[in-house]
Write a protein that binds this ligand. Structure first.
Ligand SMILES: NC(=O)c1ccc[n+]([C@@H]2O[C@H](COP(=O)([O-])OP(=O)(O)OC[C@H]3O[C@@H](n4cnc5c(N)ncnc54)[C@H](O)[C@@H]3O)[C@@H](O)[C@H]2O)c1
Length: 447
């Protein structure tokens, strides 16, 4: 099938590459010339495990190409996927300017039937806005062409995006058109052979499904962080509590890890946007607002612990930070807890020596001008001359570090672990003081 994808970010590029990999003829369009130049030159602008060989292989086979030419992109696909960003507006609602710009472009250039498939995460009702935008452009051109609008939200996880796309738990399609339904069924047929993963519904329900999924996951995290904060005050170990409740199949072990808050390009903005949508229909989303507010304060828990340990005297202290991306296996720093920590440390006149396996250039891009930041080539280098170590992201290579050398290198033998990677006695054997999240009264208490 001939498919056009607008947006070559985490979602668009993965979608385009995977659809080409099963044999579709895919054109990826982006307004970012530098990104498209890189892709044409065989470089991948983001870090996503397994993506590079799929892009290369399909580009070489002639099934995947990249362009900034809107007209050619619209001409190519019967299916036009919109996978552009929907960042938060000033009031937290989703900014639809990029989605609607693509819709208008499709209306300006289409010359036959198209299915406009919205893959971006968009508020309920956006399907109508996309339809109106396409139609307004057709009216301006004096044309009456058939088209359908479909909501096909994406559930991939950065860091495991290829596997998620190739073996999806579900493929949600919101449509009111039989013709579009059949085209989507055909598009996804290769991903659907083992059992039927397609769930068809109306457009509004599909749009809400995506927000409900992210809001539910964010709720689990904030819930567990609240239990962690209680554990610290009550002398309980949240890791024991986690195992205790996870064993109940109604609860399950997934997504109940306490930590230093959720980040990334989706949960924070989607929880906020859904709360704004609720406010827009005169409903106060008390639970969603609480999920967000627990997360906002959780992002400062590590800083509070560090500051408390040093009795508020952080001026001139050097803090090693391991893990900058918002989660492992990605270079994405959007809303990462490491950012809240580092910015708070700089405000307190501390210095940061930071290391991340993949997010160093992204950190350089965001904080390159920051005097208080030294980017280090290895996790060991980050420790040299540092007063304490803080871990923000649970990358595999941080799981079994050389504790003896950490103890020997840090000027204060203290580790703050925002992801509960270790057991306190592993570290105390090496003379390290260990502060984690929610691990009993022996843990550092804030406030
Ligand atoms: N990143 C994720 O893990 C994830 C998962 C599921 C859903 N989503 C949703 O998917 C959407 C895209 O997310 P992302 O992380 O891939 O974003 P991204 O910021 O990585 O990429 C968006 C791309 O769209 C391009 N773009 C902007 N305007 C354009 C236009 N008019 N025409 C063509 N390209 C244009 C940008 O240049 C950019 O390359 C968002 O709505 C997001 O909420 C993201």
């Amino acid at each position: 099938m001939k498919i056009t994808i607008f947006g070559t970010g985490y979602v668009g590029l993965v979608t385009g590459a995977c659809l080409a990999d099963v044999g579709h003829d895919v054109v990826c369009m982006d307004v970012d010339q530098a990104k498209i130049d890189k892709l044409i030159g065989g470089q991948i602008p983001i870090y996503e495990p397994g993506l590079e060989p799929i892009v290369k292989h399909n580009a070489e086979a002639g099934r995947l190409s990249f362009t900034t030419d809107t007209e050619a992109a619209v001409a190519h696909g019967e299916l036009q996927f919109i996978a552009v960003g929907t960042p938060p507006d000033e009031d937290g609602s989703a900014d639809l300017q990029y989605v609607l710009a693509v819709a208008r472009a499709i209306g300006q250039h289409m010359d036959g039937y198209k299915v406009v498939v919205d893959k971006s995460t968009v508020p309920v009702g956006t399907g109508d806005k996309v339809r109106d935008a396409v139609r307004a452009e057709l009216d301006r051109r004096g044309l009456e062409l058939d088209f359908d609008v479909v909501s096909n939200p994406e559930f991939l996880k950065e860091g495991a995006a290829i596997n998620d796309f190739m073996k999806p738990d579900r493929i949600v399609v919101g449509t009111d058109s039989d013709r579009a339904r059949e085209l989507l069924r055909e598009t996804y047929y290769p991903f659907n052979r083992n059992h039927d993963r397609m769930i068809f519904m109306d457009i509004r329900s599909a749009e809400l499904t995506k927000y409900a999924a992210n809001a539910m996951l964010a709720t689990k995290i904030s819930f567990m962080n609240e239990i962690a904060n209680l554990s610290e005050r009550l002398g309980a170990d949240v890791e024991a509590v986690r195992r205790g409740i996870g064993s109940d199949p109604r609860i399950g072990y997934h997504f109940i890890y306490p930590g230093c808050g959720y980040g990334g390009s989706c949960f924070p903005k989607d929880v906020q946007a859904l709360a704004r949508t609720a406010a827009g229909c005169d409903y106060e989303a008390r639970l969603l607002n609480a999920v967000e507010s627990v997360n906002l304060s959780q992002k400062y828990v590590l800083f509070d612990k560090v500051s408390h340990y040093f009795q508020g005297q952080l001026d001139g202290k050097v803090i090693a930070v391991w893990g900058l991306s918002f989660k492992p296996n990605t270079d994405d720093m959007r809303e990462a807890p490491s950012r809240a920590l580092m910015e708070a440390l700089w405000k307190a006149d501390a210095k940061v020596q930071a290391f991340d396996p993949e997010a160093m250039s992204e950190t350089q891009r965001i904080y390159g001008d920051q005097d208080g930041l030294t980017l280090c080539g290895t996790k060991e280098q980050a420790l040299k001359g540092a007063d304490a170590l803080v871990i923000c992201t649970e990358w595999k290579e941080f799981r079994s570090p050389d504790f003896a050398s950490i103890a020997a290198t840090l000027s204060e033998p203290v580790v703050f672990d925002g992801r509960n990677l270790y057991e306190a006695d592993m570290l105390s054997r090496h003379g390290l003081i260990y502060y984690a999240i929610g691990r009993g009264r022996n843990q550092f208490q804030v406030g």
